[in-house]
Design a protein around this ligand. Sequence first.
Ligand SMILES: Nc1ncnc2c1ncn2[C@@H]1O[C@H](COP(=O)(O)OP(=O)(O)OP(=O)(O)O)[C@@H](O)[C@H]1O
Ligand SMILES: [Mg+2]
Length: 351
Amino acid sequence: MSFAQPLPATVPALALEALTHAYAAVPVLREFSLTLEPGEIACLLGPSGCGKTTVLRLAAGLEPVQHGRILINGKTVAVPGAGLPPERRRVGFVFQDFALFPHLDLVANIAFGINGDRAAAEAWLRRIGLPDRARDHPFNLSGGEQQRVALARALAPRPSVMLMDEPFSSLDAGLRREVRRQTLALLRETGITALLVTHDPDEAMAMADRIAVMRAGRLVQVGAPEEVYRRPVDRFVARFMGEVNFLPAIAQSGRAETPFGASRAERFADGTRVVVMVRPEAVRADPSGVPATVIEAQRVGGLADVRARLGDGTEIDWHWVGGRLPTAGEAVRLAADPAEFAVLAAGSAAR
Ligand SMILES: Nc1ncnc2c1ncn2[C@@H]1O[C@H](COP(=O)(O)OP(=O)(O)OP(=O)(O)O)[C@@H](O)[C@H]1O
Ligand SMILES: [Mg+2]
């Protein structure tokens, strides 16, 4: 073994190493590892109860590490039996309920974590677009404004890592989008590393450089949004990320046949039962496509969700765009590009 270990190009801002955790002997995390590069925004995504908040609480120092290790900027901050307290980890948090101090005005709320520096707090208020609200109290603000103040309060002490647990979930859908955009802009502008928890795949795809999908305490897949969406590792991830059709097939000579054509399936041995993932938006009406009969169609704004049955009985959901909405019983022809499909093990966990 060489002693001259090559140094990594950058020291990760946050490294969570093989975290295994249980509450009163009930296992919650199993060998969970994730590394964030400086300035990276990552989302933890997964169903309720899969352990997302537990990961954040461990990173923050609100929960002692049982197995594994946590490093911030290359420095160990927690191992079993020892850990820096939250205030010495240089992490910022924004939780679901914002938790602003109701009895303090906005300047005092933001100045709280920076030794009462009101001038700096006022600069943050300008930065988040609330320059004239210094003397207001949180209860005079809209949900979106409160969320921005909570973010400014967490960013003001210039933490190394920002931890955010479903920070937009108490906002209604329209506002959530707007606040999400502002938050992302502020995180990018400050170049801060952030780990954000959500159970909304669209939110994760809108915010994250990388998405870490969790299931039952384990990391199932980590990758860029495009990768996780288009190349999920299994049926669970495929379905969790968005609407999906699974067409059963048998791998043969590195291919899996579907009514739309063959998809590449080199990693499966001949005769393996697989499912071919076809996203509804990959399917389109096409005069030279395969014949199908519309079962039902539902308009959703300018699009429609249509279900159709192919000649072999396969039912397929597709996203129809423009023109007259097809009606039940109508004959259509459908096409899709097999290069857009992903071939997955048939036996991999469905939800
Ligand atoms: N303090 C605790 N004591 C005992 N069990 C807990 C505690 N906190 C969480 N749990 C349990 O651990 C599991 C993981 O909880 P966690 O809060 O990490 O999930 P989550 O992914 O954040 O879920 P959600 O999306 O609902 O917020 C759940 O089964 C939960 O009931
Ligand atoms: Mg949670």
